[in-house]
Write a protein that binds this ligand. Structure first.
Ligand SMILES: Nc1ncnc2c1ncn2[C@@H]1O[C@H](COP(=O)(O)OP(=O)(O)O)[C@@H](O)[C@H]1O
Ligand SMILES: Cc1ncc(COP(=O)(O)O)c(C=O)c1O
Ligand SMILES: [Mg+2]
Length: 275
């Protein structure tokens, strides 16, 4: 039976991140994708592409979840941008009620190129209600800094220490994405399950086309988990998948460049195969 994967996240009107990234990735993995839209992000081409988030009414998010969960069980889900605080509470309630087996919490707080938190008021609720439900949490460096409550993360050692602190918030595993932001030659992520640190490393690609990388990485982990991979294997596969997507990115807008979610299967012809 085809695996059913759900994203509870925002819509990125520019098409590269958010639910757009998640659904495209779910499709590339051969899973059946669902989405509950929490918010809509628009970018202003007349004002330096500044981002604007409009949250959905929580009651409407709940109606979406009610619809989705009235069918056969969802095998795995991810959360991304969450909109209103009440939406976080609703999402946590549905995850618990339906005992979703694989839960990936991508604690989206900001968009690339900005250190400004889009919805700072959401951070505490996300920490308290969602992280304890996570099979894996996937913060980038900025998000890890806020979750671990540390002043900076600028080395592999800092990443490991932050990972230990984030694990105390309740997720079973955490992968901190060093990505482009970490000043290393390689694109390094630190995976930690409470016992061992595993460093996931790929060549760093010199490109601006990385919009949507984090969402795609988390969606790929979600799909991999539903197909029976261990958390570490799912993260490794997601890393290869997103690296191909970054390498084959596309220039569509003058401000940010998008990754191409289909690159692993269609440009590199490597074909995800873990049915
Ligand atoms: N320029 C790059 N070259 C190779 N890998 C990258 C690059 N930028 C990001 N990555 C990888 O993409 C994934 C998403 O990371 P990142 O872009 O930091 O997340 P986010 O989009 O949430 O900020 C991680 O595996 C990271 O290491
Ligand atoms: C709806 C939405 N979710 C998430 C993100 C974060 O995207 P990324 O995968 O680049 O971290 C964005 C960025 O614009 C967004 O618009
Ligand atoms: Mg992100």
């Amino acid at each position: 039976m085809i695996k059913k994967t759900l994203t509870i996240a925002g819509s990125d009107s520019s098409g590269g991140a958010g639910i757009q990234a998640d659904l495209k990735t779910f499709q590339e993995f051969g899973t059946f994708g669902f989405c509950a839209i929490t918010s809509v992000v628009t970018m202003d081409p007349d004002n330096n592409w500044s981002h604007h988030v409009t949250s959905m009414e929580p009651a409407l998010v709940e109606q979406q979840l009610k619809t989705i969960f009235s069918g056969k069980p969802i095998d795995g889900l991810k959360t991304g941008m969450l909109g209103a605080i009440e939406t976080i509470e609703i999402a946590a309630r549905y995850i618990k009620k339906h005992q979703v087996k694989h839960v990936v919490i991508d604690p989206v707080m900001a968009c690339k190129g900005s250190d400004e938190l889009l919805q700072p008021e959401n951070v505490e609720t996300m920490k308290k209600l969602l992280l304890p439900l996570a099979t894996i949490a996937t913060p980038n460096l900025l998000e890890a800094k806020f979750l671990a409550n540390v002043p900076t993360i600028s080395s592999l050692d800092d990443m490991k220490q932050a990972a230990e602190k984030i694990l105390e918030l309740g997720p079973k595993t955490v992968v901190i994405k060093g990505g482009k932001a970490l000043g290393t030659d390689k694109a390094i992520d630190v995976f930690y399950d409470g016992k061992e640190f595993t460093v996931l490393s790929e060549n760093k690609i010199q490109t601006h086309n990385n919009h949507g990388a984090g969402c795609t990485f988390a969606a790929a982990i979600t799909a991999g988990l539903t197909k029976g991979l261990s958390t570490e294997k799912a993260a490794r596969q997601a890393k290869s998948f997103v690296t191909a997507a970054i390498k084959n990115g596309v220039d569509i807008y003058p401000y940010v460049g998008h990754i191409w979610h289909g690159a692993y299967n269609h440009a590199e012809k490597r074909i995800i195969d873990n049915n």
